[in-house]
Ligand binder design. Structure first.
Ligand code: BG6
Length: 491
């Protein structure tokens, strides 16, 4: 991770899938913000590549139309936008036709000394073709990098295959595997909280922590992505990557430096220490759910199975809850409850660390669990719930929060995840990207869960859209005498 906001080196960023949703919704707005903040050098070009027959002007009009939808009005500055557009050009390239790479070569060869990022915002089935295409066109230099979006495979075997294919052309140091959660400032703040403060470290272990809960709840449903989603499901879409990344950052040992290799080494150790959930244990330690029709924010929501493009009777999970355990000295016996779901009552990404109760309570109090609540989305805040004597005659202890609201504290725009990730790949900083061993270790833990679900015909349990998931998820956590956050009205 780079501690500075220094200007980036000269670069050519080639965006494959340039007319796609991710490019228009996230990547180009993120680059616009970096341009607005003065971080992009004059010699920084963005070359968007896709199959549509468009001139650069037509592409820019399309990009502007999308940007106006995805950038707040007060953050869209017309004059900066116009200078930003001067960096952008569009190339019609059919990536399956080798001769078409010549067009790219014509554009790139003028600046062989620049950092070159090939950003593959395409279906994974095209990764290999593009890597070989740019390689055979002589476009890969030591300063070249390749960035790829998830999903990286659908199991260990396919992930290894993708990684092997990338390795035919790029070295590991040139490969940037994206998990956009790592680009979120709040996720980086988790590391700041743990390793920039001496306060928590002595408590950050099994002796003091009773359980950890990580929730990524989304109010959105499948939203027109049924083709991808039904083949993928929440376990592959959210747990294998985003949820495990949060768990790993929470649980890793302090790295010896902020250097990418040191951070990755520690992260991999946690993934490898995850206790496997195999065979029939999947029915005990995991809950698979799917939303049925319900009401969310006063609006009716159709059942997942009735959404456009979802095959009738689909068993694909839109919700997962897991009790994970880490077999290490620090964490042995501490349950990590993970859950994620679509069509839930609100968008909320939150980590709750429940500390152990006082060994002997001398006060009148219902519960003496101190909680550290780290809210990542929608707002960024940290709350430490402690107990204090309420005002009045009685010696009665009540929970109160020590609150840190990042918007109030820093009064600065929160960067979107891709701003950070794009800057880091241009700089050549890999700490916020996944190493191939990390991806493999995550799949090694996920694959047996998928196999168990298949072997034991685990059906998705229904929950109404607009609720916090199936009843079985409450039962899962209750077995350890714990409860999800919404079951604690004080949180
Ligand atoms: C993506 C998933 O990786 O993350 C989506 O494919 C999900 O299904 C999204 O909606 C959530 O990201 P965020 O940043 O909105 O929490």
């Amino acid at each position: 991770m780079n501690p500075t906001d220094a200007q980036l080196p000269p670069f050519d960023l080639v965006l494959f899938g340039g007319t796609g949703d991710l490019a228009l919704r996230k990547l180009l707005p993120a680059l616009y913000f970096r341009h607005h903040e003065g971080q992009l050098p004059d010699q920084g070009r963005i070359i968007c590549v896709a199959r549509s027959e468009l001139s650069s002007q037509e592409f820019i009009a399309m990009m502007e139309e999308a940007a106006r939808r995805h950038i707040n009005e007060e953050e869209f500055h017309q004059s900066t936008w116009e200078t930003f557009c001067q960096r952008v050009e569009y190339l019609k390239v059919d990536i399956t036709v080798q001769d078409d790479y010549q067009k790219l070569s014509d554009v790139l060869s003028a600046h062989p000394d620049r950092v070159r990022v090939f950003y593959l915002s395409t279906a994974p089935g095209l990764f290999r073709r593009i890597c070989h295409g740019v390689h055979e066109a002589g476009l890969v230099s030591p300063l070249s990098r390749v960035a790829l979006e998830k999903p990286l495979g659908r199991d260990l075997e396919s992930a290894l295959q993708i990684n092997d294919e990338l390795a035919e052309v790029f070295t590991e140091k040139q490969i940037y595997r994206i998990d956009h959660y790592l680009g979120k400032e709040t996720v980086q703040n988790l590391m700041a909280l743990r390793f920039g403060n001496s306060l928590f470290e002595p408590l950050w272990r099994r002796e003091h922590i009773r359980d950890v809960q990580i929730t990524i709840a989304e109010s959105l449903g499948v939203e027109g992505r049924a083709g991808y989603y039904d083949q993928t499901g929440a376990l592959r879409d959210m747990v294998q990557n985003h949820l495990l990344q949060l768990l790993v950052i929470l649980a890793m040992e302090p790295p010896i430096s902020i250097d990418s290799d040191c951070i990755r080494d520690e992260k991999i150790k946690v993934l490898r220490a995850l206790k496997p959930i195999t065979g029939k244990d999947v029915t005990k330690y995991t809950v698979r759910g799917q939303y049925k029709a319900g009401v969310l924010n006063g609006e009716p929501v159709v059942a997942y199975r009735d959404a456009d493009g979802v095959p009738p009777g689909s068993n694909t999970e839109t919700y997962v809850a897991i009790k994970a355990e880490i077999d290490s000295w620090r964490w042995k016996g501490v349950p990590f409850f993970l859950r994620t779901g679509k069509s839930m009552p609100e968008k909320r990404t939150e980590i709750i660390i429940n500390f152990r109760s006082v060994p002997h309570s001398i006060f009148e109090m219902p519960d003496s669990t101190n909680r550290l609540i780290i809210r990542l989305q929608p707002e960024e805040m940290i709350k430490l719930q402690i107990f204090a004597k309420g005002r009045g005659d009685a010696m009665r202890l009540l929970p109160v929060n020590l609150d840190l609201d990042f918007d109030q504290a820093f009064k600065k725009r929160q960067m979107i995840a891709y701003e950070r990730l794009l800057s880091d790949m241009i700089r050549g900083h890999q700490a916020l990207f996944n190493h191939r061993d990390e991806v493999a270790a995550a799949w090694k833990w996920i694959d047996p869960i998928i196999a168990g679900w298949e072997d034991y015909s685990v059906a998705s349990q229904m929950y109404s859209a607009g609720t916090w998931g199936p009843a079985a998820a409450s039962a899962l956590i209750a077995r350890d005498e714990c409860g999800w956050a919404e079951e604690h009205p004080d949180v």
